[in-house]
Design a binder for this molecule. Sequence first.
Ligand SMILES: [Zn+2]
Length: 97
Amino acid sequence: MENKDHATDHFTLDPKDQMEAIKDMRAEGLKPLGNWHSHPESPSRPSVEDIKLAYDSKASYMILSLMAENPVLNSFHIEAGEYEKEDLRIYSDKYYF
Ligand SMILES: [Zn+2]
């Protein structure tokens, strides 16, 4: 989905794009658990704007930082202006992180 803010450390999604994505997920029998965005030039933690714009306290907010040589992905719970890092484990047939 397009970042309507065109910023490098926070995002706003078009509600129409979000509805389309949820429709696609439902058609595939998937349940949305959260969202992710990248920080090309800043660390993998919520920016002030990210915290301000985190409206869904049930969603996980994942942030992929690309500022260092190796990418860093963290997941956060954001609620009432506070954030907390979540346990994030990625499984695949080939790799275990
Ligand atoms: Zn951000």
